[in-house]
Design a binder for this molecule. Structure first.
Ligand code: PHE
Length: 452
């Protein structure tokens, strides 16, 4: 049976300020998903229809779930592993398990991407840019295979572990506070620079303005829009539960969710406005785009920019610095899920929890580091778990403990009409739309089209 009064916050840890929480949550949301996900997924054929679907899903489906995930954390003060149990009772325990598995799974391949990002950064800094696609491809295959892939992955995980060991205020909030403004500034500067390229307009047309309404019926476009929305918002796997468990009643969650989603979407669109003009301007990179997401980011950009000489090198260095910092503020949020769960469930101290979780995630990352196919499978499975987690959250808070959802928001002075709206959406729209997204995802991934 639920006994909310007995659920005490496990520690005295708290955010220093409201803005600190918002920046950390936005830091989790803004990451490699914004920098390559948008560009890659919309270049898979969806174009502007993909973007429209993405925005609609974020606004109508994800925001109510985001608020619910935060309520789950704040009202229980528990880690993602225990929060569902504490709010909904024993039968909800598996949801906590899904949260921990999905976070560790995503971090295991995210750290590999971070390693490539760091390698590309150092390579452009010390050795300059590749002159042609061939050179770029041989560079990326040299860092993405053999022992260097493990080195990059390990160092990224170590850095992530160091920040998380610093705790909420001293580690996570501190990093978010200085890095997020820097990151926003940088992506705006890069977008403005990109706008001066001769192919800028063509680039925008490909990205933002290519309306092909038949895409609305394309399962891959629909799956991409759902996956991008949940992945990009870090939604459905307990990240927001972990971060919100350190909150107090003052935070107005609906407003803050809007700010987080707004920042996340803006950075995604801005990143597209950086990359698409580059792609459209340098014809030699076009063949590499769309091959795979790796090509878009790690091959096309540096090769295209190399024809600009020194300016191109500076832009590349800045871009990959930006990408790495964005990734780090996301990876720390992923690690916080198993770490806070170990602290909460087994009473470990933070350092021990960080060490154990980091080792576990590193081991989990070995198969995808060795095989591109396994990497792709991991990523597809995680897309399914993100949606599944989001679905479970909407059912728990929209159907089983709706009063708790409402009470928590009322206590933090959320207006009655906003509460009514959110309740309605969480109960009816989110679970229906997510089930549809899940079905389409499974249909598309399992190749049922060919079977049926
Ligand atoms: N949202 C992050 C990004 O866009 C990645 C992430 C996914 C982080 C899921 C946490 C949970 O890169």
């Amino acid at each position: 049976m639920t006994n909310l009064n007995s659920t005490q916050p496990r520690s005295k840890e708290n955010w220093n300020s409201r803005i600190g929480f918002v920046l950390a949550a936005a830091g989790s949301a803004v990451g490699l998903g914004n920098l390559w996900g948008f560009a890659y997924r919309s270049s898979q054929g969806g174009g502007a229809v993909f973007l429209l679907l993405y925005v609609l899903i974020v606004l109508l489906v994800c925001i109510p779930v985001l608020v619910a995930e935060m309520v789950l954390g704040r009202s229980t003060g528990s880690s993602p592993f225990l929060a569902p149990l504490n709010l909904g009772g024993r039968v909800w325990q598996p949801m906590g398990v899904v949260f921990v598995i999905a976070s560790c799974g995503i971090l295991s391949f995210y750290a590999i991407l971070m390693g490539w990002t760091a390698d590309t950064f150092f390579h452009s800094l010390f050795f300059g840019l590749p002159e042609n696609i061939q050179e770029a491809k041989s560079f990326i295959s040299s860092v993405s295979t053999g022992s260097s892939v493990f080195l990059g992955q390990l160092l990224s995980l170590l850095l992530t572990g160091i920040v998380v060991a610093g705790g909420i205020k001293g580690g996570i909030e501190k990093l978010a506070r200085w890095s997020m403004p820097f990151l926003f500034g940088l992506v705006i500067i890069l977008a403005v620079w990109s706008a001066t390229l001769p192919g800028a307009w063509d680039g925008y047309q490909d990205f933002l303005l290519k309306w092909d309404f038949s895409q609305l019926l394309n399962p891959t476009t629909i799956r991409n829009a759902f996956a991008q929305a949940f992945f990009s918002l870090s939604l459905g796997i307990g990240i927001m539960v972990a971060y919100s468990s350190y909150l107090n009643k003052k935070n107005q969650l609906p407003k803050e969710s809007l700010v987080i989603a707004g920042l996340d979407t803006s950075v995604g669109i801005l990143a597209g406005m950086v990359t698409f003009p580059i792609i459209a301007t340098f014809p030699q990179v076009q063949e590499a785009v769309g091959d795979s997401f790796i090509s878009t980011l790690f091959v096309a950009l540096p090769t295209g920019l190399s024809s600009l000489g020194f300016t191109g090198q500076i832009i590349t260095i800045l871009f990959f610095a930006l990408a790495f910092i964005a990734a780090l503020t996301s990876s720390i949020s992923l690690l916080e899920v198993p770490v806070s769960s170990l602290i909460d469930r087994f009473g470990l101290n933070r350092n021990k929890a960080v060490i154990l979780s980091t080792i576990f995630v590193f081991l989990l990352g070995i198969p995808p580091a060795l095989s591109e196919e396994v990497f792709g499978n991991y990523s597809n499975i995680m897309d399914v778990l993100l949606l599944l987690g989001g679905f479970l959250i909407s059912i728990l808070l929209g159907w089983f403990v709706t009063r708790k959802y409402d009470e928590d928001l009322a206590n933090s002075y959320t207006n009655i009409n906003v509460r009514r709206y959110l309740r309605f959406m969480l109960r009816w729209i989110s679970p229906t739309a997510i089930s549809f997204g899940l079905l389409i995802t499974l249909y598309d991934l399992l190749g049922l089209k060919e079977i049926l």
